[in-house]
Design a protein around this ligand. Structure first.
Ligand SMILES: Cc1cc2nc3c(=O)[nH]c(=O)nc-3n(C[C@H](O)[C@H](O)[C@H](O)COP(=O)(O)O)c2cc1C
Length: 334
């Protein structure tokens, strides 16, 4: 399948693995890139720019396909040295960066001077247009369903994607709620040139996380995510667990007066406890509603091959079948 995104990034399939804290290590990125998608190392999971440089080198040893690095600009307890992270990306020969959290405007000159293609992930049409205006090459349009930070507009992809298509000139991928061929074909129908998946990629053999995390994803339904930190205007969609229930109780008690310190224990330092130790009640970690569509733990290649084969069947069989009354193919469910 050829789209503006496969051409832009030099990849075989229009599928991107979004940056994920404590998941986006070299193993994850390389597995996705080797399977023909675009894998991303999560920059800030590496505590220093030197460690990121090493992770990039490790990934380079595992794949000769294009891969990228995610750079997230979110409110953190201490601001990371972004220029040094960008230097590590440039010196490591990485030519694709996914930015997220807030506008990358301030860092665009450094990224562009390194010949880097920038795909900015954001949750609204206005932020997508801003990304286009400051010279981003593509946008990852992240709907309200998404795991992680859906913003404060609560706009689901059924509306957000066609709205993005109405306004944008640069290509965009659909992000949030994407799991399979149905997601991909629907996203393409709404004007996207591919899709970005987060949560779905965690439930794969190669995802370098504790088995408990993968099993929790298979066990959970679409009803099991919660929104936290609304009152702080830093909303995050997470998988429910005992830590999250406690956090929500504190949020209910404090209401509008909530301070980040009130929930520090349920949001800070949680990722290593979940992803490495497999402590599934530790607190808030990002997870999308798409968890309801995850029923197995395939290899990344099996997952991507299945998506592409099913997408072809969906398009050639089900969709063109609707136009071909004689075959009766339109009665078949995918
Ligand atoms: C466990 C986890 C951690 C994530 N960490 C980050 C991150 O550090 N930076 C970022 O830009 N997005 C992060 N995301 C968001 C993903 O890159 C992606 O945009 C999102 O998962 C898409 O929604 P989906 O989960 O429905 O596929 C994370 C998502 C998950 C599930």
């Amino acid at each position: 399948m050829k789209t503006a995104i496969t051409e832009l990034f030099g990849i075989e399939h229009p599928i991107i693995q979004g940056g994920m804290h404590y998941v986006g290590f070299a193993e994850m990125a390389a597995a996705v890139s080797n399977a023909g998608g675009l894998g991303l190392i999560t920059g800030l999971t590496q505590r220093t720019p030197e460690l990121l440089a090493k992770e990039i080198a490790r990934c380079r040893d595992m794949t000769d396909k294009p891969f990228g690095v995610n750079l997230t600009f979110l409110p953190t307890f201490s601001a990371p040295p972004y220029p040094e992270y960008i230097a590590a990306i440039r010196e490591g020969g990485v030519r694709i960066v996914e930015t997220a959290g807030r506008s990358p405007e301030q860092y665009m000159p450094a990224l562009k001077a390194g010949g880097i293609k920038v795909i900015h992930k954001c949750t609204s049409v206005r932020h997508s247009l801003k990304a286009e205006q400051i010279g981003c090459d593509a946008v990852s349009v992240d709907g309200f369903e998404c795991g992680g930070h859906p913003g404060e507009d609560d706009m689901p992809n059924m509306i957000l994607l066609p709205r993005a298509a109405e306004e944008l000139k640069i290509p965009f991928v659909a992000s949030g709620g994407m799991a399979d061929a149905r997601s991909l074909v629907a996203a393409l129908a709404m004007g996207a040139a591919g899709m970005n998946m987060g949560t779905r990629f965690i439930a794969t053999k190669e995802a370098p996380v504790h088995e408990n995390v993968k099993e929790a994803l298979v066990a959970a339904s679409e009803l099991d995510t919660r929104l936290v930190m609304r009152a702080l205007r830093n909303t995050e969609r997470v998988l429910n667990n005992k830590g999250v229930e406690h956090l929500l109780e504190v949020e209910r008690e404090k209401g509008k007066n909530l301070k980040i310190d009130d929930i520090h224990d349920q949001v800070a330092g949680v990722y290593p406890r979940v992803m490495i130790d497999g402590d599934m009640d530790a607190g808030a970690w990002s997870c999308g509603m798409v968890v309801g569509l995850i029923h197995d733990i395939p290899t990344v290649k099996e997952l991507i091959d299945r998506i592409m084969a099913d997408a072809e069947r969906l398009i050639r069989g089900r969709l063109t079948g609707f136009l071909d009354a004689d075959t009766g193919a339109n009665l078949k469910v995918a």
